[in-house]
Design a protein around this ligand. Structure first.
Ligand code: CTP
Length: 404
């Protein structure tokens, strides 16, 4: 797995303070963007003595910010930046800035953002050896460490003014890797490779018509988004485009668009051997027209007879090939939900079956809420209350985690 994958789609505030190493933060910025992060640079006034904000604006995902006050469009930029960040990095962090952060002083945009954020913070100090070794700096860093701040220690090497010693900013690649590790650590699903299918397949009758169903893909999309947020490497195989901000789709490692059951079968099967979990949230058509008319069927020819044949059963194929994978099925029922789902769990041979009564207007197809029964292969049956698909996705992921 790509070791920087945890940075994909994450909002990263990159703070730059005033030291000679500020020019190296340009490379940190570039590598974060390359890893798929959404980077917002924040430069202190000291940083701007060494490097221009324009350089960062040109490379980052948003223009660089420098001011706490005076921004008409955004009167409280520090709280907005702090609250929306997934990670705040300060590279380089000067001795002065570290002291200020430790003391909780917020007299510029970067220090105010650090106090306003609940996101993890990563600091890459850079200074002269004497300063680095000073008890005040080391004590400040120790306090920050105890508060949960991650530190990328500086390296030994040539320093400003021709001196040599410890205190040189860590290599940009090492800072970006440390950032990815901080992001991956947050997720209880990190290290897991999860395939999620979503939406209803469409089986063509002719070039304009198809056999389909009412699935919107919302439940599967919520599962994919939340699994990615919790650190999993997610492949989403879907018949419906993922809505929401671009960052959401970027957090998902791979999105595969499919139309038919056959395409979904091929997409899932070709990725199955390297997966740890497969969640079949898609409403896969059970039957398809035996032949697709190459031309539009004309009304004038009268009602056509359409012969159907079964589509491949994806779950059955997975059960046959599984070694360690956890398999999760969904059951869309309109009557005797619990009994039908228990029977389906047994006959399909999956580990978990999520059953919903799609005859209700507030659960199942097309709506943002769902009410399901979760059954497991050990005989557990859990009736979950009506909730949003986003909230439910986390409950289902918790149950999956219990099985691993
Ligand atoms: N499924 C599948 N391949 C198919 C059809 C369904 O993998 N060709 C999966 C679905 O994604 C779902 C589970 O099987 O996770 C159950 O789907 P459902 O349509 O409810 O079950 P069926 O076995 O088709 O039973 P029935 O339609 O008779 O209720």
């Amino acid at each position: 797995m790509n070791e920087l994958a945890a940075l994909r789609g994450r909002r990263v505030v990159l703070g730059v303070t005033g030291g000679i190493a500020a020019y190296k933060a340009v490379e940190v910025c570039r590598q974060l963007v390359e890893a798929g992060a959404h980077v917002i640079p924040v430069l202190t006034s000291g940083a701007q003595k060494f490097i221009g904000a324009l350089t960062f604006s040109a490379l980052a995902s948003e223009p660089a910010r420098t001011e706490l006050f005076g921004n008409k469009d955004d009167p409280i930029p520090h709280t907005r930046l702090g609250q929306s960040a997934d990670l705040v990095i300060v590279a380089p962090a000067t001795a002065r800035f570290i002291g200020k952060y430790r003391a909780g002083i917020s007299d510029d945009l970067l220090s105010a953002t650090l106090l306003a954020t609940r996101a993890p913070v990563l600091i890459a100090p850079a200074m002269h050896t004497e300063m680095w070794e000073h008890a005040a700096v080391q004590e400040n860093l120790e306090v920050l460490r105890q508060r949960g701040v991650s530190i990328v220690n500086p390296e030994s090497g040539r320093l400003a003014g021709g001196d040599y010693g410890e205190g040189r900013l860590a290599n940009p690649a090492a800072i970006v890797l440390a950032a990815a590790k901080v992001m991956a650590r947050g997720g209880d699903l990190s290290g897991l490779r999860v395939i999620v299918t979503a939406g209803g397949t469409r089986e063509p009758i002719d070039p304009v018509r198809f056999l389909g169903n009412r699935s919107s893909g919302k439940m599967g999309h919520a599962l994919a988004i939340n699994a990615a947020r919790r650190g999993a490497a997610v492949t989403l195989i879907t018949t419906n485009p993922l809505s929401g901000p671009e960052e959401t789709s970027r957090s998902i490692s791979e999105i595969v668009s499919v139309v038919t059951a056959q395409e979904m079968y091929e997409a899932v099967l070709s990725r199955f051997s390297s997966a740890d979990v497969v969640v079949m949230a898609a409403a896969v058509a059970d039957f398809r027209p035996k032949v697709m008319s190459p031309e539009k069927i004309k009304r004038s020819l009268g009602a056509p007879e359409i012969y159907l044949e079964p589509t491949p059963d994806i779950l059955a194929a997975l059960v046959e090939r599984r070694d360690r994978q956890v398999l999760v099925g969904f059951a869309a029922e309109t009557q005797d939900v619990a009994e039908q789902a228990a029977e389906k769990l047994r006959s399909k041979g999956v580990d978990l079956m999520v059953a919903n009564d799609v005859s209700q207007s507030d659960a199942g197809f097309e709506v943002d809420t769902n009410r399901v029964i979760v059954l497991d292969s050990a005989g557990g049956v859990e009736n979950l209350p009506l909730q949003t698909k986003t909230a439910l996705a986390d409950v289902i992921l918790d149950r999956i985690l219990n099985l691993i």
